[in-house]
Design a protein around this ligand. Structure first.
Ligand code: 5GP
Ligand code: ZN
Length: 115
């Protein structure tokens, strides 16, 4: 999508610190980390948010949740200690970039509830 920052990152037009990549998914470090490990996991395909996922995206969603997230958690060393996976959605959800992304946060004890 024309002006989407994360599409530009996925296409390599904006640099990022890559943590994981395959043909469908990219994961890179957040520019403004909120924890010692703060990675953003995005589909390369532009989807505005989790609300834009359709039946055709089932395989992609399952791939992210069953393979990519656990694999990254393991490679960052937060799989045993724990981590948080968040997808802010829409204005009330605090979403600021309108390209579906999952925040993987870890490396410290996280509090709940969020603000
Ligand atoms: P949201 O607020 O939509 O849930 O999360 C957007 C996240 O993207 C924020 O945590 C913000 O720090 C991060 N972010 C915004 N622009 C960039 C960028 O150009 N590069 C990287 N690596 N992260 C970004
Ligand atoms: Zn996009």
């Amino acid at each position: 999508m024309g002006d989407c920052i994360f599409c530009k990152i996925a296409q390599g037009e904006i640099p990022s610190t890559k943590v994981y990549e395959d043909d469908q998914v990219l994961a890179f470090r957040d520019l403004d980390p909120q924890a010692p490990e703060h990675v953003l996991i995005i589909p390369k395909k532009h989807l505005a948010s989790i609300m834009a996922l359709g039946r055709d995206d089932r395989e992609l969603a399952a791939h992210i949740l069953t393979e990519v997230v656990p694999g990254i958690a393991h490679s960052l060393g937060v799989d045993v200690g724990g981590f948080r996976l968040v997808t802010n959605t829409g204005a009330d959800g605090g979403q600021t970039v309108e390209h579906l992304h999952f925040h993987l946060l870890g490396g410290r004890s996280l509090t709940w509830p969020p603000g």
